[in-house]
Design a protein around this ligand. Structure first.
Ligand code: GRF
Length: 228
């Protein structure tokens, strides 16, 4: 990004402890990531994510599903909150609600999700336990653009994490989470620099179609996937 470019305005949707949010806050705060987090929105008023936002002076907005009339009411309220913080990018970081088509439509191509598996393997929940039950050797995390189908939008980056002998779901989840943080920072960085874009024909990287998800290296940067 050129020095004169404005930081990207980012909203974060999160339901839980917010460690991925914290990785973005820390990277932006130390000047490693050219973004401004304009708001954090959670469906859980007591979430750690909202507490982290408040601690850093970031707008923290709760949207309680129990007080909105059904899914349509919740979705309409969520869109209003998102529009209020004027995001150029929305990051779903542990947001435990399905993004309805009405929420997605105004922000299509500007919403990404971090998911704890190597998509398309293991969409949905309990990814680590399912990977262990299948005996896979490689697990990890993915960044993808959000589409109306759950965890099925185009993947543009991933972090691979080997499964170790004797792994429990918790141990594996902890090692994956460690790599989620640099993955999210690097992926959001490429979007902030306009190097990753969702175009009509799919994801483009540096103006060319991206043939395969970029892979997080040990240097915490994203690199083109190696040919098999
Ligand atoms: C992460 O594993 C993320 O991939 C998943 O939910 C978890 C959120 O963790 N979608 P945190 O709230 O960011 O700590």
């Amino acid at each position: 990004m050129s020095a004169s470019a404005e930081p990207l305005r980012v909203a974060v949707l999160a339901s839980g402890r917010g460690s991925n949010l914290q990785a973005l806050i820390d990277a932006a705060g130390s000047g490693r990531l050219p973004i401004t987090i304009t708001g954090v929105i959670s469906d859980r008023p007591a979430s750690g994510a909202l507490a982290r936002a408040r601690a850093h002076g970031i707008g923290a907005l709760a949207i309680d599903p129990t007080v909105h009339a059904g899914r349509a009411g919740f979705d309409a309220a969520l869109v209003r909150l998102l529009q209020g913080v004027q995001p150029q990018l929305i990051v779903c970081a542990g947001f435990m609600r399905i993004i309805g088509a009405d929420v997605l439509q105004p922000f299509f191509g500007r919403m990404i999700n971090i998911h704890p598996s190597l998509l398309p393997a293991y969409p949905g929940l309990r990814t680590h336990a399912r990977a262990l039950a299948d005996g896979v050797r490689m697990h990890g995390a993915s960044l993808h653009f959000v589409t109306p189908e759950l965890d099925a939008g185009p993947v543009f980056a991933c972090a691979r994490v080997p499964v170790l002998a004797g792994d429990s779901p918790e141990a594996l989840a902890a090692r994956v989470l460690e790599r989620e943080h640099p993955l999210l920072v690097a992926g959001v960085g490429l979007i902030a620099e306009r190097r990753i874009v969702l175009a009509a024909g799919g994801v483009e990287f540096d103006g060319r179609p991206l043939p395969a998800a970029l892979a997080l290296g040990s240097d915490d940067a994203l690199h083109p996937a190696r040919a098999p």
